[in-house]
Write a new protein. Structure first.
Length: 234
Protein backbone atom coordinates (compact mmCIF):
# COMPACT_ATOMS: atom_id res chain seq x y z
CA UNK A 1 0.00 0.00 0.00
CA UNK A 2 1.46 3.35 -1.06
CA UNK A 3 1.92 5.95 1.66
CA UNK A 4 0.90 9.58 1.10
CA UNK A 5 2.23 12.23 3.49
CA UNK A 6 -0.05 15.26 3.93
CA UNK A 7 1.57 18.45 5.25
CA UNK A 8 -1.18 20.99 6.01
CA UNK A 9 -2.08 22.99 9.11
CA UNK A 10 -5.82 22.58 8.45
CA UNK A 11 -6.48 19.52 10.60
CA UNK A 12 -10.08 19.11 9.44
CA UNK A 13 -8.95 19.10 5.81
CA UNK A 14 -6.21 16.58 6.59
CA UNK A 15 -8.77 14.28 8.21
CA UNK A 16 -11.16 14.51 5.26
CA UNK A 17 -8.41 13.97 2.68
CA UNK A 18 -6.95 11.07 4.65
CA UNK A 19 -10.31 9.33 4.86
CA UNK A 20 -10.89 9.75 1.13
CA UNK A 21 -7.41 8.59 0.13
CA UNK A 22 -7.67 5.55 2.36
CA UNK A 23 -10.90 4.51 0.61
CA UNK A 24 -8.87 4.74 -2.63
CA UNK A 25 -6.30 2.28 -1.32
CA UNK A 26 -3.61 4.63 0.01
CA UNK A 27 -2.03 4.73 3.45
CA UNK A 28 -1.79 8.27 4.86
CA UNK A 29 0.12 10.22 7.46
CA UNK A 30 -0.41 13.87 8.39
CA UNK A 31 1.65 16.60 9.97
CA UNK A 32 0.72 20.23 10.52
CA UNK A 33 3.83 22.41 10.41
CA UNK A 34 6.78 22.91 8.09
CA UNK A 35 9.55 21.73 10.39
CA UNK A 36 7.99 18.36 11.16
CA UNK A 37 6.93 18.17 7.52
CA UNK A 38 10.55 18.22 6.35
CA UNK A 39 11.48 15.43 8.76
CA UNK A 40 8.52 13.27 7.73
CA UNK A 41 8.96 13.97 4.01
CA UNK A 42 12.53 12.66 4.05
CA UNK A 43 11.49 9.28 5.44
CA UNK A 44 12.04 6.60 2.83
CA UNK A 45 8.55 5.08 2.82
CA UNK A 46 6.67 8.03 1.29
CA UNK A 47 5.31 7.46 -2.20
CA UNK A 48 4.21 11.10 -2.52
CA UNK A 49 3.95 14.28 -0.45
CA UNK A 50 0.95 16.63 -0.49
CA UNK A 51 2.32 20.00 0.60
CA UNK A 52 0.36 23.15 1.44
CA UNK A 53 1.97 26.55 0.81
CA UNK A 54 0.76 28.24 4.00
CA UNK A 55 2.33 26.49 6.98
CA UNK A 56 3.58 27.54 10.43
CA UNK A 57 7.32 27.45 11.30
CA UNK A 58 8.41 26.88 7.68
CA UNK A 59 6.22 27.72 4.70
CA UNK A 60 5.65 25.23 1.91
CA UNK A 61 8.30 26.73 -0.36
CA UNK A 62 10.96 26.44 2.35
CA UNK A 63 9.89 22.86 3.01
CA UNK A 64 10.11 22.01 -0.70
CA UNK A 65 13.59 23.54 -0.99
CA UNK A 66 14.84 21.42 1.91
CA UNK A 67 13.25 18.28 0.46
CA UNK A 68 14.76 18.88 -2.98
CA UNK A 69 18.30 19.22 -1.62
CA UNK A 70 18.30 15.52 -0.74
CA UNK A 71 15.21 13.79 -2.16
CA UNK A 72 13.35 13.37 -5.42
CA UNK A 73 10.13 12.18 -3.74
CA UNK A 74 7.12 13.38 -5.78
CA UNK A 75 5.52 16.52 -4.35
CA UNK A 76 2.03 17.83 -5.13
CA UNK A 77 1.57 21.39 -3.86
CA UNK A 78 -1.73 22.86 -2.66
CA UNK A 79 -2.08 26.54 -3.59
CA UNK A 80 -4.70 29.25 -3.14
CA UNK A 81 -7.12 29.37 -6.06
CA UNK A 82 -6.16 32.07 -8.52
CA UNK A 83 -2.74 32.67 -6.97
CA UNK A 84 -0.49 32.19 -10.01
CA UNK A 85 2.60 33.32 -8.11
CA UNK A 86 2.42 30.39 -5.67
CA UNK A 87 2.03 27.93 -8.53
CA UNK A 88 4.91 29.41 -10.50
CA UNK A 89 7.27 29.48 -7.52
CA UNK A 90 6.36 25.91 -6.53
CA UNK A 91 7.07 24.59 -10.02
CA UNK A 92 10.33 26.54 -10.19
CA UNK A 93 11.54 25.04 -6.92
CA UNK A 94 10.72 21.50 -8.01
CA UNK A 95 7.09 20.59 -7.33
CA UNK A 96 5.82 17.85 -9.64
CA UNK A 97 2.33 19.33 -9.89
CA UNK A 98 -0.07 21.62 -8.05
CA UNK A 99 -3.75 21.76 -7.18
CA UNK A 100 -5.62 24.93 -6.15
CA UNK A 101 -7.81 24.99 -3.04
CA UNK A 102 -10.65 24.23 -2.66
CA UNK A 103 -10.44 21.05 -4.72
CA UNK A 104 -12.53 18.04 -5.58
CA UNK A 105 -11.13 14.92 -3.86
CA UNK A 106 -11.56 12.98 -7.09
CA UNK A 107 -9.35 15.51 -8.87
CA UNK A 108 -6.75 15.15 -6.10
CA UNK A 109 -6.70 11.37 -6.53
CA UNK A 110 -6.41 11.73 -10.31
CA UNK A 111 -3.43 14.09 -9.91
CA UNK A 112 -1.78 11.76 -7.38
CA UNK A 113 -2.16 8.74 -9.65
CA UNK A 114 -0.80 10.66 -12.64
CA UNK A 115 2.30 11.79 -10.74
CA UNK A 116 2.91 8.32 -9.30
CA UNK A 117 2.43 6.68 -12.70
CA UNK A 118 5.00 9.01 -14.23
CA UNK A 119 7.41 8.53 -11.33
CA UNK A 120 7.18 4.73 -11.51
CA UNK A 121 7.78 4.82 -15.25
CA UNK A 122 10.92 6.88 -14.65
CA UNK A 123 12.21 4.44 -12.03
CA UNK A 124 11.51 1.37 -14.15
CA UNK A 125 13.36 2.86 -17.11
CA UNK A 126 16.44 3.03 -14.93
CA UNK A 127 16.29 -0.52 -13.60
CA UNK A 128 14.78 -2.81 -16.22
CA UNK A 129 15.57 -1.27 -19.59
CA UNK A 130 17.94 -3.41 -21.63
CA UNK A 131 18.68 -1.21 -24.63
CA UNK A 132 20.48 1.93 -23.60
CA UNK A 133 18.98 5.08 -25.10
CA UNK A 134 20.90 8.32 -25.50
CA UNK A 135 19.42 11.39 -27.13
CA UNK A 136 21.93 13.83 -28.60
CA UNK A 137 21.00 17.17 -30.14
CA UNK A 138 23.93 19.50 -30.75
CA UNK A 139 25.67 19.94 -27.36
CA UNK A 140 22.87 18.41 -25.27
CA UNK A 141 23.12 14.72 -24.32
CA UNK A 142 20.34 12.97 -22.43
CA UNK A 143 20.89 9.44 -21.09
CA UNK A 144 17.39 8.01 -20.69
CA UNK A 145 18.43 5.01 -18.60
CA UNK A 146 20.68 6.88 -16.19
CA UNK A 147 18.29 9.86 -16.05
CA UNK A 148 21.25 12.17 -16.57
CA UNK A 149 21.60 15.25 -18.76
CA UNK A 150 24.68 17.04 -20.06
CA UNK A 151 24.89 20.39 -21.81
CA UNK A 152 28.21 21.48 -23.27
CA UNK A 153 29.79 18.53 -21.38
CA UNK A 154 28.51 19.78 -18.00
CA UNK A 155 25.94 17.77 -16.06
CA UNK A 156 22.63 19.59 -15.58
CA UNK A 157 20.46 18.88 -12.54
CA UNK A 158 16.85 18.44 -13.70
CA UNK A 159 13.69 17.55 -11.82
CA UNK A 160 11.78 14.45 -12.90
CA UNK A 161 9.25 16.55 -14.83
CA UNK A 162 11.96 18.65 -16.51
CA UNK A 163 13.81 15.50 -17.57
CA UNK A 164 10.69 13.94 -19.12
CA UNK A 165 9.87 17.22 -20.83
CA UNK A 166 13.34 17.54 -22.33
CA UNK A 167 13.20 13.89 -23.42
CA UNK A 168 10.09 14.34 -25.56
CA UNK A 169 11.37 17.65 -26.93
CA UNK A 170 14.67 16.07 -28.00
CA UNK A 171 12.93 13.03 -29.49
CA UNK A 172 10.91 15.40 -31.67
CA UNK A 173 13.67 17.97 -32.27
CA UNK A 174 12.84 20.13 -35.26
CA UNK A 175 9.12 19.41 -34.96
CA UNK A 176 6.41 21.39 -33.18
CA UNK A 177 4.78 19.69 -30.19
CA UNK A 178 1.29 20.68 -29.10
CA UNK A 179 1.10 21.85 -25.48
CA UNK A 180 -1.77 19.47 -24.69
CA UNK A 181 0.24 16.58 -26.14
CA UNK A 182 3.19 17.53 -23.97
CA UNK A 183 0.99 17.69 -20.86
CA UNK A 184 -0.46 14.24 -21.46
CA UNK A 185 3.02 12.77 -21.90
CA UNK A 186 4.85 14.66 -19.15
CA UNK A 187 2.18 15.36 -16.52
CA UNK A 188 -0.05 12.39 -17.27
CA UNK A 189 -3.14 14.60 -17.48
CA UNK A 190 -4.98 17.16 -19.57
CA UNK A 191 -4.27 20.85 -19.10
CA UNK A 192 -7.07 22.80 -17.45
CA UNK A 193 -7.96 26.34 -18.57
CA UNK A 194 -5.30 28.90 -17.61
CA UNK A 195 -2.98 26.09 -16.50
CA UNK A 196 0.62 27.26 -17.02
CA UNK A 197 2.41 24.19 -15.67
CA UNK A 198 4.07 23.27 -18.97
CA UNK A 199 5.04 26.90 -19.62
CA UNK A 200 6.81 27.09 -16.26
CA UNK A 201 8.65 23.79 -16.74
CA UNK A 202 9.81 24.97 -20.19
CA UNK A 203 10.96 28.25 -18.63
CA UNK A 204 12.97 26.31 -16.03
CA UNK A 205 14.55 24.18 -18.76
CA UNK A 206 15.56 27.25 -20.73
CA UNK A 207 17.26 28.74 -17.68
CA UNK A 208 19.14 25.54 -16.87
CA UNK A 209 20.30 24.81 -20.43
CA UNK A 210 20.98 28.40 -21.39
CA UNK A 211 21.27 29.64 -24.94
CA UNK A 212 23.55 27.98 -27.47
CA UNK A 213 27.12 29.31 -27.78
CA UNK A 214 26.00 31.31 -30.83
CA UNK A 215 23.18 32.88 -28.81
CA UNK A 216 20.34 31.05 -30.57
CA UNK A 217 17.35 29.78 -28.61
CA UNK A 218 17.06 26.04 -27.92
CA UNK A 219 13.34 25.85 -27.17
CA UNK A 220 11.06 28.16 -29.14
CA UNK A 221 7.45 29.00 -28.34
CA UNK A 222 5.00 28.52 -31.20
CA UNK A 223 2.21 30.87 -30.23
CA UNK A 224 -1.19 29.28 -29.57
CA UNK A 225 0.27 25.85 -30.40
CA UNK A 226 3.18 24.67 -28.25
CA UNK A 227 6.96 24.34 -28.42
CA UNK A 228 9.76 23.19 -30.68
CA UNK A 229 13.29 22.14 -29.77
CA UNK A 230 15.33 23.73 -32.54
CA UNK A 231 18.30 22.19 -34.25
CA UNK A 232 21.41 24.20 -34.92
CA UNK A 233 21.90 25.35 -38.48
CA UNK A 234 25.27 24.47 -39.91
Amino acid sequence: MEKILIIDDDEDLCELVSEYLETEGFQTETTHDGESGVVKALEKDNALVILDVMLPKLNGFEVLKKIRTVSGVPVLMLTARGDDVDRIVGLEIGADDYLPKPFNPRELVARIRAVLRRYKTSESSETVSITRERLVVDDVVLDVNARSTYCNEKEIDLTSVEFDLLKILLRSAGNVLNKDEIAREVLGRELSPFDRSIDMHVSNLRKKLGARPDGSERIKTIRSVGYIYTTQTR
